[in-house]
Each structure stands twice: as C-alpha cells, then as structure tokens.
Design a protein around this ligand. Structure first.
Ligand SMILES: NC(=O)c1ccc[n+]([C@@H]2O[C@H](COP(=O)([O-])OP(=O)(O)OC[C@H]3O[C@@H](n4cnc5c(N)ncnc54)[C@H](OP(=O)(O)O)[C@@H]3O)[C@@H](O)[C@H]2O)c1
Length: 250
C-alpha cells in the first residue's frame, strides 16, 4: 500500500529530494515550508511520477499553524503514515560573535519546529497505534564543534530528545527515526566557505533516508566513511578531542 507522508522543509535541499524520491515510490507527499514558490516548483517537478506531491505552506515556528496544517493535510490526503520534521536553518556562531538572538532563532526553527510537529502528531499516532516520526538532526549534534555553538546545540537537543522518546514510542507501536546527515549539497551548505569532507548530493541523501526509513532504522546517518570518523571522535577524551577541534580554528 502506498504511503502518506508529511515533510517539513520540503521546498529545498534534502526535504525536496526526499519528497521526490518517495513520490517516485508512489507515496502521496505533503510538503511544507514558508515560500509558496519553492513548494510549487517541487509540486511541478513531481508531475508524471508514480505518486503525488501537495503543498501546504507553513512556518514551523508557529505552534497553532503546525497543528492546523496537520489537520488540513489529513483531511485532504488522508491519515499520515510518516512525518519527517526536516525544516531547519543554519548560522555559524562561536565565541567572538556569541549572540542570544542567533541562539533563539535557531532553536525556534530547528528544535521548536520539530517539537511542534511531534506534539501535534503524537496523540494522533497514539490513538491509531501506528505511524512513524522522523526527525532530521545532524552529525553536528554528536559533539561540540567550533562555529557551531548554536547550530550544534539545536541538533544535540534533537538527538537527546529522540533517545529519550524511543522506548515509550516503541511500547506505543510508533516508529521513530533520527536522521543525522553529514555534508549534503543544498542551499544551506552552499553558504559554507570551508572544505566539506565527503559532500553528498541531496538525491543520494534522500536514497539513504528512504532506505533507512523503509527498514525502520532508529539512527539513519551517512555517509558511512564520515560517520566512522565522527563516532570515533565521540569516544575521545576531552584533552584529545580539543587538540583536534582547536585545529579547526585555523
Ligand atoms: N545540508 C547539510 O549538509 C545538512 C547536514 C546535516 C543536517 N542537515 C539538516 O537537514 C535539514 C534540511 O537541510 P537542507 O540542507 O536541505 O537545508 P535547505 O536546503 O536550506 O532547506 C531547508 C528547508 O527548511 C525550510 N524552513 C526553514 N525555516 C522554516 C520555517 N520556519 N518554517 C518552515 N520551513 C522552514 C526552508 O523553506 P522556507 O525557507 O521556504 O521556509 C527550506 O525548504 C535541516 O534540518 C538541516 O539542519 C543538513
């Protein structure tokens, strides 16, 4: 049976590629984001594929609007099987430009955007005893990295939240996936002026995500070679870890 899916941040980058990939597989995909035009372009790109993409404009920082959009989506395309809370933004910030405004802005989109979606969908999935929630975090949430004091903190918060929810969701029959991409070529990373190791194309990222979701994996992280190094970094004692991250300042 074909899936009914909601992807936030579906107008660009990873969200767009995932919407089109799932549409190829025959899914009916609702996409959300603030810019109508970006969403409309994805809807047009999806024409003549096996499934359908439908646009539901939304700012995920608006809690009431998130709840209303979920209701509208389910009224229009049917009960959701899978929700992918992917909307996110990035701004570099370290000690020299430390700013509460940047911190708050990133938390409002990256963390509260996903939190609003989960708050809306959990009771619905709980009543049905099924459904799958996916949260797009990042490898930047594994450990603190220079210039990612705000972005990394948002992603670490999502990882911790998913780990906390997982046992209860298992017991409730609700799937949970935490997606931790490495570098993917998107409008978000196009702004980066530093070398991005193992940079992937969004279509390849979407394939990894779709495959991981189909297998019901909890952590979906890629590319594998990069993840190995980062997981190794997670095991390092602070003295050694800071010796490495100090080098990233140059
Ligand atoms: N690219 C990477 O290397 C990478 C690596 C790790 C994790 N990630 C994560 O993957 C996710 C997608 O990133 P991406 O690289 O595909 O970024 P992107 O190309 O910049 O796309 C981000 C999407 O989020 C939407 N968005 C931003 N703020 C929003 C808001 N307030 N309400 C609703 N939608 C909003 C944007 O649409 P509007 O502007 O129209 O709202 C856009 O469609 C993010 O969570 C990001 O942190 C990316």
């Amino acid at each position: 049976m074909s899936q009914t899916v909601w992807i936030t941040g579906g107008g660009d980058g990873i969200g767009r590629a995932l919407a089109l990939r799932l549409c190829n597989d025959g899914a009916t995909v609702a996409i959300s984001g603030r810019r109508d035009l970006a969403l409309a372009e994805v809807v047009a790109d999806a024409a003549d594929r096996a499934g359908t993409v439908v646009a539901f404009p939304l700012d995920v920082t608006d809690r009431t609007a998130v709840a209303k959009t979920a209701e509208d989506i389910e009224k229009q395309i049917g009960s959701l099987d899978l929700v992918v809370f992917n909307a996110g933004t990035h701004q570099a910030m370290g000690a020299c430009d430390f700013s509460a405004e940047v911190f708050e802005a990133l938390f409002r989109v990256n963390v509260m955007g996903a939190v609003h979606g989960i708050e809306t969908m959990l009771p619905r999935f709980r009543v049905r005893g099924n459904g799958h929630i996916a949260v797009v975090s990042s490898v930047a949430g594994y450990r603190g990295l220079p210039s990612a004091a705000a972005y990394g903190a948002t992603k670490a918060a999502l990882i911790n939240m998913c780990e906390a929810l997982k046992p209860e969701l298992d017991a409730a029959g609700i799937g949970l996936s935490m997606i931790n991409p490495g570098f993917v070529r998107t409008p978000l990373t196009d702004k980066n002026d530093f070398p991005m190791p193992f940079l992937m194309e969004p279509e390849d990222a979407a394939d990894r995500i779709a495959e991981g979701l189909a297998r019901g994996k909890f952590e979906i992280s890629f590319p594998r070679r990069f993840i190995w190094w980062l997981k190794l970094g997670q095991c390092l004692p602070y003295a050694l870890y800071f010796r490495l991250t100090r080098r990233l300042l140059q």
